[in-house]
Design a protein around this ligand. Structure first.
Ligand code: HEC
Ligand code: HEC
Length: 370
Protein backbone atom coordinates (compact mmCIF):
# COMPACT_ATOMS: atom_id res chain seq x y z
CA UNK A 1 0.00 0.00 0.00
CA UNK A 2 2.72 2.35 1.01
CA UNK A 3 5.56 2.39 -1.45
CA UNK A 4 4.87 1.54 -5.05
CA UNK A 5 1.66 3.46 -5.70
CA UNK A 6 2.89 6.51 -3.83
CA UNK A 7 6.25 6.43 -5.53
CA UNK A 8 4.73 5.93 -8.94
CA UNK A 9 2.69 9.04 -8.44
CA UNK A 10 5.63 11.05 -7.11
CA UNK A 11 8.03 9.94 -9.80
CA UNK A 12 5.48 10.35 -12.56
CA UNK A 13 4.84 13.88 -11.42
CA UNK A 14 8.53 14.69 -11.31
CA UNK A 15 9.16 13.12 -14.68
CA UNK A 16 6.11 14.87 -16.08
CA UNK A 17 8.18 17.96 -15.84
CA UNK A 18 7.29 19.43 -12.48
CA UNK A 19 10.56 19.68 -10.68
CA UNK A 20 12.98 19.49 -13.57
CA UNK A 21 11.16 22.31 -15.30
CA UNK A 22 10.78 24.31 -12.14
CA UNK A 23 14.51 24.19 -11.61
CA UNK A 24 14.87 26.43 -14.63
CA UNK A 25 12.59 29.02 -13.12
CA UNK A 26 14.42 31.52 -10.98
CA UNK A 27 11.49 32.39 -8.74
CA UNK A 28 11.35 29.91 -5.87
CA UNK A 29 7.83 30.80 -4.79
CA UNK A 30 6.66 29.50 -8.15
CA UNK A 31 8.52 26.22 -7.80
CA UNK A 32 6.46 23.27 -8.92
CA UNK A 33 6.24 20.42 -6.50
CA UNK A 34 5.33 16.84 -7.17
CA UNK A 35 1.83 16.08 -5.95
CA UNK A 36 1.52 13.17 -3.60
CA UNK A 37 -1.20 10.59 -3.95
CA UNK A 38 -3.72 12.55 -1.91
CA UNK A 39 -2.47 16.09 -1.60
CA UNK A 40 -3.60 18.64 -4.15
CA UNK A 41 -0.83 21.13 -4.79
CA UNK A 42 -0.96 24.60 -6.18
CA UNK A 43 0.11 25.12 -9.71
CA UNK A 44 3.02 27.45 -10.37
CA UNK A 45 0.60 29.80 -12.08
CA UNK A 46 -1.55 30.24 -9.00
CA UNK A 47 1.51 30.49 -6.77
CA UNK A 48 2.95 33.41 -8.69
CA UNK A 49 -0.35 35.14 -9.39
CA UNK A 50 -1.58 38.27 -7.68
CA UNK A 51 -0.84 39.69 -4.27
CA UNK A 52 -1.36 38.38 -1.65
CA UNK A 53 -0.93 34.76 -2.70
CA UNK A 54 -3.49 32.46 -1.10
CA UNK A 55 -1.48 29.51 0.13
CA UNK A 56 -4.33 27.27 1.23
CA UNK A 57 -5.02 24.56 -1.38
CA UNK A 58 -8.13 25.12 -3.45
CA UNK A 59 -9.67 21.96 -2.03
CA UNK A 60 -9.66 23.42 1.48
CA UNK A 61 -10.72 27.08 1.35
CA UNK A 62 -10.04 29.11 4.47
CA UNK A 63 -13.72 29.02 5.43
CA UNK A 64 -13.70 25.22 5.58
CA UNK A 65 -10.63 24.99 7.81
CA UNK A 66 -11.04 24.32 11.54
CA UNK A 67 -11.96 27.32 13.66
CA UNK A 68 -8.40 27.73 14.92
CA UNK A 69 -6.97 27.99 11.41
CA UNK A 70 -6.27 31.40 9.95
CA UNK A 71 -5.98 32.37 6.33
CA UNK A 72 -2.47 31.80 5.06
CA UNK A 73 -1.54 34.64 2.80
CA UNK A 74 2.00 35.46 1.76
CA UNK A 75 2.84 38.62 -0.18
CA UNK A 76 4.58 38.00 -3.49
CA UNK A 77 8.04 39.62 -3.77
CA UNK A 78 7.70 39.74 -7.56
CA UNK A 79 4.84 42.19 -7.23
CA UNK A 80 7.12 44.78 -5.63
CA UNK A 81 8.46 47.60 -7.78
CA UNK A 82 12.01 47.62 -9.07
CA UNK A 83 13.29 49.91 -6.33
CA UNK A 84 15.79 49.36 -3.55
CA UNK A 85 13.25 47.79 -1.17
CA UNK A 86 11.87 45.47 -3.85
CA UNK A 87 15.32 44.44 -4.97
CA UNK A 88 16.42 43.77 -1.40
CA UNK A 89 13.38 41.56 -0.72
CA UNK A 90 14.02 39.58 -3.91
CA UNK A 91 17.71 39.29 -3.08
CA UNK A 92 16.73 37.83 0.31
CA UNK A 93 14.46 35.33 -1.40
CA UNK A 94 17.27 34.30 -3.75
CA UNK A 95 19.63 33.83 -0.82
CA UNK A 96 17.05 31.48 0.75
CA UNK A 97 16.39 29.60 -2.49
CA UNK A 98 19.88 29.48 -4.00
CA UNK A 99 22.07 29.52 -0.92
CA UNK A 100 24.66 27.07 -2.22
CA UNK A 101 25.61 29.22 -5.21
CA UNK A 102 25.26 32.68 -3.61
CA UNK A 103 26.69 32.26 -0.10
CA UNK A 104 27.66 28.59 -0.10
CA UNK A 105 30.37 26.32 -1.44
CA UNK A 106 29.64 27.23 -5.07
CA UNK A 107 29.94 31.01 -4.63
CA UNK A 108 32.50 32.34 -7.11
CA UNK A 109 34.12 34.58 -4.48
CA UNK A 110 35.67 32.32 -1.79
CA UNK A 111 35.11 35.06 0.82
CA UNK A 112 31.37 34.64 0.24
CA UNK A 113 31.32 30.94 1.11
CA UNK A 114 29.47 31.08 4.43
CA UNK A 115 27.29 27.97 4.10
CA UNK A 116 29.34 24.78 4.23
CA UNK A 117 27.15 22.17 2.55
CA UNK A 118 25.17 21.63 -0.64
CA UNK A 119 21.78 22.54 0.85
CA UNK A 120 19.80 25.72 0.36
CA UNK A 121 17.69 27.24 3.13
CA UNK A 122 14.76 26.24 0.91
CA UNK A 123 15.74 22.56 1.14
CA UNK A 124 13.94 22.65 4.51
CA UNK A 125 12.15 26.02 4.54
CA UNK A 126 9.98 24.89 1.65
CA UNK A 127 9.02 27.20 -1.20
CA UNK A 128 11.46 29.80 0.05
CA UNK A 129 9.88 29.68 3.49
CA UNK A 130 6.33 30.36 2.34
CA UNK A 131 4.75 26.94 2.91
CA UNK A 132 2.41 26.52 5.85
CA UNK A 133 3.89 23.90 8.24
CA UNK A 134 6.86 23.53 5.85
CA UNK A 135 9.06 25.35 8.41
CA UNK A 136 7.88 28.73 7.11
CA UNK A 137 9.87 31.91 7.49
CA UNK A 138 6.68 33.80 6.65
CA UNK A 139 5.02 34.97 9.83
CA UNK A 140 8.00 34.81 12.18
CA UNK A 141 9.11 38.45 11.99
CA UNK A 142 6.95 39.49 14.92
CA UNK A 143 8.03 36.72 17.32
CA UNK A 144 11.73 37.58 17.58
CA UNK A 145 13.69 38.34 19.76
CA UNK A 146 12.66 35.19 21.57
CA UNK A 147 13.94 32.83 24.27
CA UNK A 148 15.93 29.94 22.75
CA UNK A 149 16.79 27.00 25.00
CA UNK A 150 19.85 25.97 23.01
CA UNK A 151 21.73 29.04 24.21
CA UNK A 152 19.46 29.69 27.21
CA UNK A 153 19.06 33.33 26.27
CA UNK A 154 16.84 35.66 24.30
CA UNK A 155 18.04 35.61 20.68
CA UNK A 156 17.44 37.95 17.79
CA UNK A 157 16.25 36.86 14.36
CA UNK A 158 19.80 37.45 13.06
CA UNK A 159 21.15 35.04 15.67
CA UNK A 160 18.46 32.49 14.79
CA UNK A 161 19.38 32.69 11.08
CA UNK A 162 23.00 32.15 12.02
CA UNK A 163 22.00 29.16 14.16
CA UNK A 164 20.84 27.48 10.93
CA UNK A 165 23.98 28.71 9.11
CA UNK A 166 26.22 26.92 11.61
CA UNK A 167 24.15 23.75 11.93
CA UNK A 168 21.64 23.09 9.14
CA UNK A 169 24.05 24.64 6.62
CA UNK A 170 27.16 23.33 8.42
CA UNK A 171 28.85 26.69 7.83
CA UNK A 172 29.88 29.91 9.52
CA UNK A 173 27.70 32.83 10.59
CA UNK A 174 26.79 35.66 8.24
CA UNK A 175 27.91 39.13 9.28
CA UNK A 176 25.03 40.61 11.25
CA UNK A 177 25.56 44.02 9.63
CA UNK A 178 26.27 42.59 6.17
CA UNK A 179 24.07 43.02 3.07
CA UNK A 180 23.20 39.30 2.99
CA UNK A 181 21.75 39.28 6.51
CA UNK A 182 19.89 42.52 5.78
CA UNK A 183 18.40 41.03 2.62
CA UNK A 184 17.32 37.83 4.41
CA UNK A 185 15.71 39.87 7.18
CA UNK A 186 13.97 42.18 4.72
CA UNK A 187 12.58 39.16 2.89
CA UNK A 188 11.35 37.56 6.13
CA UNK A 189 9.81 40.86 7.16
CA UNK A 190 8.06 41.20 3.78
CA UNK A 191 6.63 37.68 3.60
CA UNK A 192 5.58 37.88 7.27
CA UNK A 193 2.89 40.49 6.64
CA UNK A 194 0.27 40.52 7.97
CA UNK A 195 1.70 39.02 11.14
CA UNK A 196 0.75 40.18 14.58
CA UNK A 197 3.60 41.21 16.77
CA UNK A 198 4.25 38.53 19.35
CA UNK A 199 2.31 35.91 17.40
CA UNK A 200 3.28 33.97 14.31
CA UNK A 201 0.85 32.92 11.59
CA UNK A 202 -0.92 29.62 12.22
CA UNK A 203 1.31 27.18 10.38
CA UNK A 204 4.64 27.90 12.01
CA UNK A 205 7.22 25.11 12.16
CA UNK A 206 5.60 21.77 11.44
CA UNK A 207 2.53 20.23 13.09
CA UNK A 208 2.95 18.22 16.29
CA UNK A 209 2.80 14.45 15.99
CA UNK A 210 1.63 11.94 18.59
CA UNK A 211 4.76 10.23 19.91
CA UNK A 212 5.12 6.47 19.48
CA UNK A 213 4.87 4.32 22.59
CA UNK A 214 7.68 2.13 21.20
CA UNK A 215 11.15 3.18 20.13
CA UNK A 216 11.48 4.37 16.54
CA UNK A 217 13.03 1.55 14.53
CA UNK A 218 15.86 2.41 12.12
CA UNK A 219 15.82 -1.11 10.64
CA UNK A 220 12.20 -0.78 9.63
CA UNK A 221 13.00 2.82 8.66
CA UNK A 222 15.57 1.63 6.13
CA UNK A 223 12.75 -0.23 4.38
CA UNK A 224 10.49 2.84 4.39
CA UNK A 225 13.38 4.87 3.01
CA UNK A 226 14.01 2.43 0.16
CA UNK A 227 10.33 2.36 -0.78
CA UNK A 228 9.36 5.98 -0.29
CA UNK A 229 12.37 8.31 -0.30
CA UNK A 230 15.26 6.76 -2.22
CA UNK A 231 13.78 7.49 -5.66
CA UNK A 232 14.43 11.18 -5.08
CA UNK A 233 17.03 11.36 -2.33
CA UNK A 234 19.15 8.47 -3.70
CA UNK A 235 19.64 4.91 -2.43
CA UNK A 236 22.56 6.13 -0.32
CA UNK A 237 20.85 9.35 0.81
CA UNK A 238 23.30 11.31 -1.31
CA UNK A 239 20.60 13.23 -3.22
CA UNK A 240 20.67 13.93 -6.93
CA UNK A 241 23.33 16.40 -7.89
CA UNK A 242 22.78 18.60 -10.91
CA UNK A 243 25.44 18.62 -13.60
CA UNK A 244 27.59 21.73 -13.75
CA UNK A 245 25.60 23.38 -16.55
CA UNK A 246 22.24 22.86 -14.84
CA UNK A 247 23.60 23.89 -11.46
CA UNK A 248 25.01 27.08 -12.96
CA UNK A 249 21.69 27.86 -14.57
CA UNK A 250 19.47 27.33 -11.54
CA UNK A 251 21.97 28.34 -8.87
CA UNK A 252 21.44 25.19 -6.82
CA UNK A 253 23.70 22.20 -6.35
CA UNK A 254 21.00 19.52 -6.09
CA UNK A 255 17.79 18.53 -7.79
CA UNK A 256 17.02 16.48 -4.65
CA UNK A 257 19.05 17.36 -1.57
CA UNK A 258 21.20 14.85 0.35
CA UNK A 259 19.78 13.52 3.63
CA UNK A 260 23.15 12.50 5.06
CA UNK A 261 26.83 12.52 4.18
CA UNK A 262 29.26 15.47 3.93
CA UNK A 263 26.91 17.75 1.95
CA UNK A 264 24.02 17.52 4.44
CA UNK A 265 23.10 19.13 7.78
CA UNK A 266 25.34 18.47 10.77
CA UNK A 267 24.59 16.59 13.98
CA UNK A 268 23.77 19.80 15.87
CA UNK A 269 20.93 20.77 13.50
CA UNK A 270 17.24 20.68 14.46
CA UNK A 271 16.68 18.21 11.61
CA UNK A 272 19.13 15.82 13.32
CA UNK A 273 16.58 15.36 16.12
CA UNK A 274 14.15 12.52 15.49
CA UNK A 275 10.96 14.23 16.67
CA UNK A 276 11.69 17.50 14.82
CA UNK A 277 12.54 15.67 11.61
CA UNK A 278 9.62 13.22 11.83
CA UNK A 279 7.19 16.14 12.11
CA UNK A 280 8.70 17.81 9.05
CA UNK A 281 8.76 14.57 7.04
CA UNK A 282 5.23 13.55 7.98
CA UNK A 283 3.75 16.91 6.95
CA UNK A 284 5.90 17.56 3.87
CA UNK A 285 7.43 14.45 2.30
CA UNK A 286 7.46 13.07 -0.34
CA UNK A 287 7.74 16.57 -1.78
CA UNK A 288 4.30 17.91 -2.66
CA UNK A 289 2.67 16.52 0.46
CA UNK A 290 0.89 19.08 2.61
CA UNK A 291 0.03 18.88 6.29
CA UNK A 292 -3.67 18.45 5.48
CA UNK A 293 -3.05 15.19 3.64
CA UNK A 294 0.06 13.43 4.94
CA UNK A 295 1.23 10.68 2.62
CA UNK A 296 2.98 8.38 5.08
CA UNK A 297 1.91 6.86 8.40
CA UNK A 298 3.07 8.44 11.66
CA UNK A 299 5.15 5.38 12.57
CA UNK A 300 6.77 5.39 9.14
CA UNK A 301 7.76 9.03 9.68
CA UNK A 302 9.44 8.19 12.99
CA UNK A 303 11.11 5.03 11.70
CA UNK A 304 12.44 6.57 8.49
CA UNK A 305 13.73 9.58 10.42
CA UNK A 306 15.46 7.31 12.92
CA UNK A 307 17.14 5.59 9.99
CA UNK A 308 18.13 8.83 8.23
CA UNK A 309 19.59 10.30 11.41
CA UNK A 310 21.50 7.08 12.22
CA UNK A 311 23.56 7.64 9.07
CA UNK A 312 26.87 9.57 9.02
CA UNK A 313 26.84 13.37 8.73
CA UNK A 314 29.16 16.27 9.56
CA UNK A 315 29.92 16.77 13.25
CA UNK A 316 29.63 20.14 14.94
CA UNK A 317 32.26 20.76 17.59
CA UNK A 318 31.22 22.01 21.03
CA UNK A 319 27.72 20.55 21.17
CA UNK A 320 28.16 19.72 24.86
CA UNK A 321 27.82 23.46 25.53
CA UNK A 322 24.27 23.53 24.06
CA UNK A 323 21.35 23.93 26.45
CA UNK A 324 23.31 25.24 29.40
CA UNK A 325 20.08 24.84 31.39
CA UNK A 326 19.79 21.08 30.96
CA UNK A 327 16.11 21.03 31.90
CA UNK A 328 15.50 22.85 28.58
CA UNK A 329 17.26 20.22 26.48
CA UNK A 330 14.81 18.53 24.09
CA UNK A 331 14.20 14.89 24.96
CA UNK A 332 15.31 13.86 21.44
CA UNK A 333 18.64 15.74 21.43
CA UNK A 334 21.00 12.97 20.35
CA UNK A 335 24.26 14.21 21.86
CA UNK A 336 25.67 14.38 25.41
CA UNK A 337 25.33 15.42 28.13
CA UNK A 338 22.00 13.60 28.34
CA UNK A 339 19.25 14.50 30.75
CA UNK A 340 18.10 11.82 33.18
CA UNK A 341 19.04 8.17 33.57
CA UNK A 342 18.31 7.22 29.94
CA UNK A 343 20.55 5.72 27.27
CA UNK A 344 21.71 7.79 24.27
CA UNK A 345 19.63 5.39 22.12
CA UNK A 346 16.47 6.20 24.03
CA UNK A 347 17.06 9.91 23.45
CA UNK A 348 17.64 9.35 19.75
CA UNK A 349 14.83 6.88 19.07
CA UNK A 350 12.46 6.99 22.03
CA UNK A 351 10.20 6.01 23.60
CA UNK A 352 10.25 9.61 24.83
CA UNK A 353 7.25 9.62 27.20
CA UNK A 354 9.32 8.19 30.09
CA UNK A 355 11.92 10.93 29.55
CA UNK A 356 9.20 13.58 29.52
CA UNK A 357 7.73 12.13 32.73
CA UNK A 358 11.16 12.10 34.37
CA UNK A 359 11.73 15.70 33.35
CA UNK A 360 8.41 16.79 34.81
CA UNK A 361 9.25 15.07 38.10
CA UNK A 362 12.84 16.33 38.19
CA UNK A 363 12.78 19.71 36.49
CA UNK A 364 14.27 21.50 39.52
CA UNK A 365 17.02 18.92 39.97
CA UNK A 366 17.95 18.92 36.30
CA UNK A 367 18.10 22.71 36.04
CA UNK A 368 21.70 23.81 35.65
CA UNK A 369 23.15 27.14 34.68
CA UNK A 370 26.76 26.58 33.81
C1 HEC B 1 18.39 20.91 7.15
C2 HEC B 1 17.19 21.71 7.26
C3 HEC B 1 17.33 23.22 7.40
C4 HEC B 1 18.03 24.10 6.60
C5 HEC B 1 18.84 23.77 5.37
C6 HEC B 1 17.84 25.42 7.16
N1 HEC B 1 17.04 25.34 8.26
FE1 HEC B 1 16.33 26.91 9.36
N2 HEC B 1 15.32 25.60 10.58
C7 HEC B 1 15.30 24.23 10.43
C8 HEC B 1 14.51 23.64 11.49
C9 HEC B 1 14.23 22.16 11.69
C10 HEC B 1 14.05 24.72 12.29
C11 HEC B 1 13.19 24.63 13.53
C12 HEC B 1 14.07 24.13 14.61
C13 HEC B 1 13.36 23.91 15.90
O1 HEC B 1 12.43 23.10 15.96
O2 HEC B 1 13.75 24.57 16.87
C14 HEC B 1 14.59 25.94 11.68
C15 HEC B 1 14.34 27.22 12.16
C16 HEC B 1 14.72 28.39 11.51
C17 HEC B 1 14.31 29.72 11.91
C18 HEC B 1 13.34 30.02 13.06
C19 HEC B 1 11.94 29.70 12.60
C20 HEC B 1 10.89 29.78 13.68
O3 HEC B 1 9.71 29.43 13.39
O4 HEC B 1 11.19 30.16 14.80
C21 HEC B 1 14.88 30.60 11.02
C22 HEC B 1 14.73 32.11 11.01
C23 HEC B 1 15.66 29.81 10.09
N3 HEC B 1 15.53 28.48 10.42
C24 HEC B 1 16.38 30.34 9.03
C25 HEC B 1 17.14 29.58 8.14
C26 HEC B 1 17.95 30.15 7.09
C27 HEC B 1 18.05 31.62 6.77
C28 HEC B 1 18.55 29.11 6.45
C29 HEC B 1 19.58 29.16 5.35
C30 HEC B 1 20.74 30.02 5.62
C31 HEC B 1 18.09 27.88 7.08
N4 HEC B 1 17.26 28.21 8.12
C32 HEC B 1 18.42 26.59 6.67
C33 HEC B 1 15.90 23.50 9.42
C34 HEC B 1 16.70 24.02 8.43
C1 HEC C 1 9.39 13.41 -5.19
C2 HEC C 1 10.75 13.54 -4.67
C3 HEC C 1 10.93 13.36 -3.16
C4 HEC C 1 10.60 12.28 -2.38
C5 HEC C 1 9.97 10.97 -2.83
C6 HEC C 1 11.01 12.61 -1.04
N1 HEC C 1 11.58 13.85 -1.01
FE1 HEC C 1 12.42 14.76 0.62
N2 HEC C 1 12.80 16.40 -0.50
C7 HEC C 1 12.60 16.52 -1.85
C8 HEC C 1 13.03 17.82 -2.29
C9 HEC C 1 13.03 18.34 -3.72
C10 HEC C 1 13.47 18.50 -1.15
C11 HEC C 1 13.99 19.94 -1.08
C12 HEC C 1 12.89 20.94 -1.33
C13 HEC C 1 13.37 22.11 -2.13
O1 HEC C 1 14.57 22.28 -2.29
O2 HEC C 1 12.52 22.86 -2.62
C14 HEC C 1 13.34 17.57 -0.03
C15 HEC C 1 13.73 17.84 1.27
C16 HEC C 1 13.82 16.90 2.29
C17 HEC C 1 14.43 17.12 3.57
C18 HEC C 1 15.10 18.38 4.07
C19 HEC C 1 16.38 18.68 3.29
C20 HEC C 1 17.50 17.68 3.50
O3 HEC C 1 18.23 17.41 2.53
O4 HEC C 1 17.67 17.15 4.61
C21 HEC C 1 14.29 15.96 4.29
C22 HEC C 1 14.77 15.67 5.70
C23 HEC C 1 13.58 15.03 3.44
N3 HEC C 1 13.32 15.62 2.23
C24 HEC C 1 13.24 13.73 3.80
C25 HEC C 1 12.52 12.86 3.00
C26 HEC C 1 12.07 11.56 3.43
C27 HEC C 1 12.40 10.93 4.78
C28 HEC C 1 11.38 11.02 2.39
C29 HEC C 1 10.66 9.70 2.36
C30 HEC C 1 9.59 9.55 3.36
C31 HEC C 1 11.40 11.98 1.31
N4 HEC C 1 12.08 13.09 1.72
C32 HEC C 1 10.82 11.77 0.06
C33 HEC C 1 12.06 15.57 -2.68
C34 HEC C 1 11.56 14.34 -2.28
Amino acid sequence: MRGPSLMQVAIAAVVAGGLALALHRPEPVAQTVAPSARAPVETPASASASVPVPMAPAAAPAAALPATAEAWTVPDPDALPDDIYGRTVRRGRDLIARTSSLIGPDATDPAMRFAGNGLDCQSCHLRAGTQQFGLPLAGIWGVFPQYIGRENEVRTLEERVNGCMERSMNGRPLLVEGPEMKAILTYIRHVSAPERVGRSLHGRGSPPLPLLTRAADPVRGRQVFAETCAACHGAGGEGQRLDAAEAGEVGRRYRFPPLWGPDSYNDGAGMARTITAARFVHANMPLGTTFEAPAIAVEDAFDVTAFVNSQPRPHKAGLEADYPDRSKKPVDAGYPPFIGPFTPEQHRYGPWAPIQDWLRANSEASRTTN
